[in-house]
Design a protein around this ligand. Sequence first.
Ligand SMILES: [Zn+2]
Length: 80
Amino acid sequence: MRKMYTAMLRKAQNDPTLMKMFKKIHKEKGGIVGENGEFLMDLNPFKDFHKSLVEAHKGCGPNCIHLQRFYAKIGYYPFW
Ligand SMILES: [Zn+2]
């Protein structure tokens, strides 16, 4: 999970859209976002978000395209 988070964080530094998306998630989970654009999202809100995403796509099977798209978006490529 930390590996995924790190990959996402690295990609978000150069990806304003991704940054915006995760800031939004972070706020929804009760986190604080830095004033000057620094990424203050910690691992737990991201964990929660990922968990609910996996839950929501349980019915899609192990090769769920939505999760794969999500991983691609954040720059993380897990082994299937
Ligand atoms: Zn799905």
